[in-house]
Design a protein around this ligand. Structure first.
Ligand code: 5GP
Ligand code: MG
Length: 176
């Protein structure tokens, strides 16, 4: 085991299979052109896999990245969302898909939605959802997996900017 402190929760194979079905759901609901707004850093791996899965479903995806942050270096949200890199593409009149790693309090996605208010339609895809922790009225349209209330890392998700390269999602035992 390369990372004994990370207990696997969702395997690479499960993630891969879910990408296909998620892309089918998105294609069925959004049509064949989307403007993906990916929230860095946590969703970079998910975004890369999702747009390739969308391609397989015949969906063209333009991509932009924004960086919002609410966690700092800890494992609990600070409650304040700040923008460190804003939107650089024109989203007006486009079908926007906001892509994030985890929906927890909903503050990050709520904030991101306000940055794309010129879009024609806005839908939200998250890799993971931790239910019961919403602080604002937000719902994701597409959810990869629902997980228990544990701090997870891997597949792009970090703890103090480490563990992002792990190809599966796991629970970090030492930080819990
Ligand atoms: P929200 O604004 O919905 O409370 O928080 C969502 C953001 O918090 C996610 O985009 C993610 O960056 C971070 N986050 C929430 N839970 C976890 C977790 O279990 N692990 C990691 N690495 N980040 C998390
Ligand atoms: Mg995030």
């Amino acid at each position: 085991m390369k990372n004994p402190q990370v207990t696997p929760l969702i395997s690479e194979a499960e993630i891969k299979a879910r990408m296909k079905t998620l892309a089918k759901e998105i294609a069925a609901s959004m049509g064949n052109e989307v403007m993906v707004i990916s929230l860095l850093k946590g969703s970079f791996m998910f975004t890369a896999d999702l747009i390739r899965a969308l391609h397989a479903e015949g969906v063209k995806a333009q991509v932009d990245f924004i960086t919002l942050s609410s966690y700092g270096k800890g494992t609990t949200s600070s409650g304040t969302v700040t923008v460190s890199r804003g939107i650089s593409e024109d989203v007006s009149g486009k079908s926007v898909l906001i892509v994030d790693d985890i929906l927890e309090s909903g503050r990050t996605i709520d904030f991101a939605r306000k940055l794309v208010s010129d879009a024609k339609h806005v839908k939200v895809a998250v890799l993971l959802e931790k239910p019961g922790k919403l602080a604002v009225e937000i719902k994701a349209d597409f959810i990869g997996f629902t997980i228990p209330d544990k701090f997870v890392v891997g597949y792009g998700l970090d703890y103090a900017n480490s563990y992002r390269e792990i190809p599966f999602v796991g629970v970090l035992s030492s930080a819990a």
